[in-house]
Design a protein around this ligand. Structure first.
Ligand code: ZN
Length: 297
């Protein structure tokens, strides 16, 4: 990657996409969508029956050979995508392009949510376990294959990966994309799925909703004022699922949308539209998801 450091980010992006799409006609890999980088969601397709693994860890495939994986914020370097069909083996190197993170200072959140009092710790731990269990859901749904739409409308006020300081104290990085909108604004399902967790008020995240889109891909919506669906309920893309709020550790009303691949936290903005978008509209499909679908043809 050092050799490429003098090139523009756009050119590096193009290079990495090209290197992944140039498969030989007899390759077991039919397509691989996504831009390999920290926070990226990648969707590939192999010939039916081909087994797929990433760095030795096997990935599930659909009947049509689709598979999905993602990279966390601090992942880097090269990953081996291994394919096997009987005696035929193939290896594709997936090289992550580096990303930089900004620093965001958030002032005015309730001090209790920055240094929680000891009597709150049991509650915090219990709620954390509910969320991580919901993200372990390993269903056979295929909703993640359809292009996602934005779940709310408004300016983007927080991005994935930024190092956060709350009331001056360094805390965990931010893992969602924040869309500012008045309390009560509609939140719609960015893709179909099943509700795996609906909680009216968690300590940090306030009104919290998780939707499983299949194969370990899930959406989390936090700081909600109202959750309008129940655990176990099936939702379609575009369904009204919640209302924007400012509950939990928040300074004002906004939707914080997170996407996971099991426990791995991904960047919703990266696979929706790339970085640098100033504001979004609920129900709108990102330009780049069309681009990603194009590269599949
Ligand atoms: Zn946020």
């Amino acid at each position: 990657m050092r050799l490429l450091s003098f090139l523009s980010p756009t050119l590096i992006l193009l290079l990495s996409i090209c290197s992944l799409s140039a498969f030989a006609s007899d390759s077991l890999l039919l397509s691989l969508r996504g831009e390999p980088a920290p926070g990226a969601l990648m969707i590939g397709q192999v010939l039916p029956g081909v087994s797929v693994s990433l760095n030795g860890k096997s990935l599930r495939t659909t009947g049509e050979g689709f598979f999905v994986f993602g990279f966390g914020r601090d992942d880097n370097g090269a990953y081996a995508l291994q394919l096997q069909d009987g005696d035929k083996k193939e290896m594709h190197e997936v090289v992550l392009q580096p990303r930089e993170w900004n620093i965001q200072r958030v002032e005015g959140v309730p001090q209790e949510t920055v240094t929680p009092p000891p009597e709150r710790l049991a509650r915090i731990r219990k709620e954390g376990a509910l969320v991580s269990n919901a993200r372990k859901t390993n269903s056979n749904r295929h909703d993640f294959l359809a292009p996602f739409v934005w779940p709310a409308s408004g300016p983007i006020t927080g991005v994935y990966g930024s190092q956060r300081f709350y009331n001056g104290e360094p805390k965990n990085p931010h893992y969602g994309v924040d869309i500012a909108a008045p309390t009560g604004s509609p939140v719609i399902a960015p893709a179909g799925g099943v509700v795996t967790l609906a909680h009216p008020d968690m300590f940090y995240s306030g009104g919290t909703l998780l939707i499983d889109h299949g194969f370990g891909i899930s959406s989390t919506f936090i700081h909600l004022s109202k959750v309008l669906v129940k655990a176990g309920q099936e939702v379609k893309q575009g369904d009204l699922i919640a209302e924007v709020g400012a509950s939990g550790r928040a300074t004002g009303p906004h939707l914080d949308w997170r996407v996971n691949w099991y426990g791995e936290r991904l960047d919703p903005q990266w696979f929706m539209s790339g970085v640098g978008v100033a504001s979004v509209k609920a129900g709108e499909r990102a330009a780049s998801s069309d681009k990603l679908n194009e590269s599949q043809k």
